[in-house]
Design a protein around this ligand. Structure first.
Ligand code: KG4
Ligand code: ZN
Length: 351
């Protein structure tokens, strides 16, 4: 069975085709294509939802043709069309859902609405070192920071989550305060490589809260206060102040993610960790998680770097894995709706 996946929840249009292999094997990725809108939004310092929607409209069909060419497949060889139903920007989601349902109707093929975070969560299955269930998942994206216990496809238990900003948001907002533009995460982490992570003592909220929740909103205030104190030194090319502040900010975020992940592994007794979502591309986070997991006898898995941020492959994969697990029937009802706000556990109850 071939599943086409369409992702359009935010500022990346992603399309991919996977083929199920049965027998518990991970579906095979036959082709995937991505268009990032970063360059377009850069002028505005962040994502402009209306521009995002219009660009998804321009990109989705050419990307679909590209994927079919890569896979050597024709449109009518697609068996099911999976699309991101939420969470995300409503207008952007409507483009992917509308195209998926129109294609489904035209081809007489069913459609499948997928939860964006489930896509991220399952994306490491496409890596060269795929995980096995059960595991603890650390989901760290621009909009979400969650720790989950994952016992199988569709069997997710929320262990803890952010009570305010997400980890990616903390990277992005701090980067903006340092004048690093959008998207800030990769830029901040690049600058951090040249700085001293111990230069500034920044807060690590909820580190000792005894639960698995996170809070990152206070960090940006601390970064702002520190940046103001530094004043002109921040932009003095002879000073390392900006790189030091970037490194200290990254250290604070990574430290909290690391310690809470270890606490989740301890609490559940599980010996496997999966890291997914855009922040999972962060090198410092990977290095520190690798070291801690090695010390603790924990296996840790990541998506391929190209599949850490939003992409169509994870949506096609999640669709294929849900179908194979028999937990979601594909639908011939093309009266689609989207769910801009959609908790993952709710999605599984209502799918
Ligand atoms: O998963 P994703 O592509 O989109 C959402 O679903 O939100 O994640 C995007 C987030 C952004 O906040 C971006 O700054 C962050 O991931 N990010 C990074 C890195 N690469 C992407 N943060 C830190 N270090 C990176 N290397
Ligand atoms: Zn995402």
């Amino acid at each position: 069975m071939r599943v086409l996946g369409i992702e359009s929840s935010c500022d990346e249009t992603g399309v991919a085709l996977v083929r199920t292999r049965g027998g518990g094997l991970v579906p095979e990725l036959l082709g995937h294509a991505l268009h990032s809108q970063i360059a377009m939004h850069q002028a505005y310092g962040g994502v402009v939802p209306e521009l995002a929607s219009r660009d998804h409209i321009r990109r989705v069909l050419p990307l679909t043709r590209n994927v079919l060419e890569q896979a050597g497949a024709e449109l009518d060889q697609i068996d099911v069309i999976a699309y991101t139903r939420g969470p995300g920007l409503a207008g952007a989601l409507l483009v992917g859902s509308g195209v998926a349902c129109a294609l489904g109707l035209a081809l007489g093929r069913p459609v499948l609405g997928i939860h964006h975070l489930e896509g991220h969560l399952l994306s490491p299955f496409l890596s060269a070192d795929p995980p096995e269930f059960p595991f603890v998942a650390l989901l760290v994206s621009g909009g979400h920071t969650q720790l989950m216990r994952v016992d199988g496809v569709g069997r997710y238990e929320l262990l803890g989550e952010t009570i305010d900003d997400a980890a990616g948001e903390a990277f992005d907002k701090s980067a903006k305060l340092l004048g690093l533009g959008y998207p800030g995460g990769p830029a901040l982490s690049r600058l951090a490589e040249q700085g001293d992570p111990k230069a500034f003592a920044l807060p690590r909220p909820l580190l000792h809260s005894g639960d698995l929740d996170f809070s990152f909103a206070g960090l940006k205030t601390a970064v702002l206060t520190q940046a103001r104190k530094l004043g002109a030194a921040l932009d003095d090319p002879a000073s390392t102040a900006k790189a030091d502040l970037a490194a200290s900010t990254q250290a604070a975020i990574v430290d909290v993610l690391l310690r809470k992940s270890m606490a989740a592994l301890k609490q559940t007794g599980l010996k496997r960790l999966v890291v997914a979502g855009g922040v999972g591309a962060n090198r410092a986070l990977r290095e520190q998680l690798n070291a801690a997991c090695q010390r603790g006898g924990i296996r840790v898995h990541y998506p391929e770097l190209a599949l850490c941020t939003d992409n169509g492959a994870m949506i096609a994969l999640a669709g294929a894995m849900r179908l194979e697990a028999g937990i979601q029937a594909p639908s011939h009802d093309y009266a689609f709706d989207v769910k801009p706000r959609w908790p993952l556990d709710m999605a599984l109850r209502t799918a």
